[in-house]
Design a protein around this ligand. Sequence first.
Ligand code: SF4
Ligand code: SF4
Ligand code: SF4
Ligand code: FES
Length: 955
Amino acid sequence: MLEYFDPEKDYGTPAQISENLVTLQIDGVSVTVPEGTSVLRAAAEADINIPKLCATDNLEAFGSCRICAVEIEGRRGTPASCTTPAEEGMQVTTQNDKLGRLRRNIMELYISDHPLDCLTCPANGNCELQDVTGEVGLREVRYGFDGENHLDAEKDESNPYFSFDPSKCIVCSRCVRACEEVQGTFALTIDGRGFDSKVAAGQDQPFIDSDCVSCGACVQACPTSTLMEKSVIDKGQPEHSVVTTCAYCGVGCQFKAEMKGSEVIRMVPYKDGQANHGHSCVKGRFAFGYATHSDRITKPMIRDSIDQPWQEVSWEEALSFTATKLRGIQDKYGRESIGGITSSRCTNEETYLVQKLIRAAFGNNNTDTCARVCHSPTGYGLKTTLGESAGTQTFDSVMHADAVMVIGANPTDAHPVFGSLLKKRLRQGAKLIVADPRRIDLVKSPHVETQHHLKLRPGSNVAFINAMAHVIITEGLEDTAFITERCEDNAYQAWRSFISEERHSPENTESVTGIPADELRGAARIYATAKNAAIYYGLGVTEHSQGSSMVMGIANLALATGNIGREGVGVNPLRGQNNVQGSCDMGSFPHELPGYQHVADDEVRARFEAVWGVTLDNEPGLRIPNMFDAALDGTYKGLYCQGEDIAQSDPNTNHVQAALRSLECLVVQDIFLNETAKFAHVFLPGSSFLEKDGTFTNAERRINRVRKVMPPLAGKQDWEVTIELSKALGYEMNYSHPSEIMDEIASLTPTFTSVNYDRLEEMGSIQWPCNDDAPDGTPIMHLESFPIGKGHFAITEYVATEERSTRKYPLLLTTGRILSQYNVGAQTRRTENQAWHDEDVLELHPQDAEDRGINDGDWVGIASRAGETVMRAKVSDRMQPGVVYTTFHHPGSGANVVTTDNSDWATNCPEYKVTAVQAIKVNEPSGWQQRYHEFNDQQLSFLKEGRKKKTGMRG
Ligand code: SF4
Ligand code: SF4
Ligand code: SF4
Ligand code: FES
């Protein structure tokens, strides 16, 4: 049996899971493998190499090249070992003269139609065709190269990141199968037959015009240089690699950063990455160029006023300037007049240090995080009902689900690698329910069709989830045994009588939700009667005035149906940014120290005070929206903002910008002069994920290592800067490596007790809780009990949002993300991903467009009670009438000028998903946009001027 899995090795066919083992002899060596394992893989596990071309271990065997032929005693001919399952007692021969001749003949045919430019080929040194040719000992090609061949086939360079050179294609179909089996996009086919067969994208189109989503799985699968990264073509093969974690979304894919010196040549998804198993999306695999973009700011800068040019200064000067300003503000306005914001893009260790800086050096609890604006209701809702502020499953758990309900999430765009895994399970027959106002791709994609697309009206989530629960309870579909054994009875009885009320029935809520009652009943029955039913949800759940109620409503549903505490079920928030989970875990919120321990708890504070050597405030500090309000009131004057672009990402931009303008000292630490930095007095250059050590925690609570692959461009990693700022403020922090920060985190956080860097090295990653009770971590939560003992049903009364469509604002605007861009776009806008989405557009239903005389591509003015902006129209039947949609990846589009400052009742998470607007055809940018462009130009000229001054080029 395979005792050690080598992630660098290709075992030829996927591993099989079976309790039944078979033992066979391969070249006289006895090998034991799970039943169903191919002979090719059995040999590879015993380190016996059988040449192969069309097989690779992340794809089902296909058996087309026949290079892997073997002899099996008692069988006729030479079967392909990749498609032949190992059997008990089998005697296999992998090498003899006959097999050698056969393999050489096959290779001779391949090579006779292959350019012999190996020395100048970009795959030279990393080409399986070349390797196999060498392995089989081919010495001559008798057929010559003069006959009909494909050597002049035209290259397709349309994709910005990889090229397709059909002259090198051996039609092994690995790319086609990767696109189908791994990615689930089905963008490629083999066109034609026999000699004429060729790989075609879409309807034989250029890749860029096809359905290809540029995930790169085909490039990775290609054994030749036919599909090849342009970066490798330009720069040659990498010479070393470092395993690290993607800094984009909450899936937390691991990659091998393949390097030449300190330059990244390509990112290859890591086979042993426990969240991604060797797959990735276009962002993680290809969009890393921003890290060395010329817009990177690598020198600290200061200025007294935002109406002045920047001045580049030394680190010492910048930090001393910052400390003097912040202490001066506190002297003048009081201890509470400053605070900070941690980043969900930074590492756990960095986030921990920033909140420590605020609590210990600033002396208050005015710390908050960008998770406030996305998943804070998840923390509140899940803690209340299940006792822990995190999702319950691994991503892999979805492969055991029989029904999946996706609510307010768009996994194929926002969490693409999970989206691919989910589609794989759906192709195997799991049922799908999508609750979303918009027709996301998952609703209908190749070989995937949802059973029910519940097109609910924005703002009606809680009415919808209550109606689902009503059907389950009134139709007797609940799991009584689970409820009796695992849930608090009093709370259940109260909830049961609440939810049974007729006013929650699908028929009575139909006018609110817009979901036909029979559709909703059908969906509830599927969810409740599936053996394993799982819920995945996103910001379409949390970013509402009732975000926390909706999260609790989801947990109620899972508890009522017993869908908690095993594989294939659970409540799974799809976290937006790479370290949203981690930034919440690390104590970024004003009321909670790391590990969600309340600041008002004397025993908790005493433990932190003993280690930190300070007295801690026992009152929760300001949340981000309170910071803005206090800034406008004149009581909040200084802000340290690490790695978050609040000026673009937070709602009601006019309000946010006014608050930022009123600060006396805004310190921004980032890699680019982002929108917030344009209002700053101090700019501290940040380090990209490639330039630092640390950990990120993904949506599965998985702590993954981030490893430094290149030196920080500004000379310091972010955690080092926080330490120095703290020192300048008079509070010493002593760490020489992030591992020491993690040791401190573990000592103070009960769910992290057994986490340390050595364990992470050993295990690859760890899912918290990881402590004496769970030394190897916790893949699935709540197996036997909940941290609060029993599951708690919460009453979730539906309260309509104040944001309603009116005669003045008759449409409801909802917002979301797109695959190629990430969040505020600061990173992806500085990559070739712009090829797919270079501006935000307003999607609207054809009827709404027609009513307003709007055509595709027209400029449309969008007005809400908060503000106005202008975008291009995209007329789309993905939308339902009355609902419009946009993304917020480009600062100039001003999507958040329009969103309001309504927020979740429990957590203040903004209600991005519901804004009443009007849309009309216009000819020019909005007033806000004109002011934005002027301000932007002015700030960029201040930046340029500061840089010139420093280099003495002023003239
Ligand atoms: S890049 Fe991904 S989506 Fe595009 S063809 Fe290749 S496998 Fe398919
Ligand atoms: S492009 Fe590559 S993977 Fe696809 S069929 Fe050709 S050689 Fe095989
Ligand atoms: S963006 Fe998300 S899905 Fe894409 S590679 Fe990164 S972690 Fe994976
Ligand atoms: S590797 Fe087995 S047939 Fe191609």
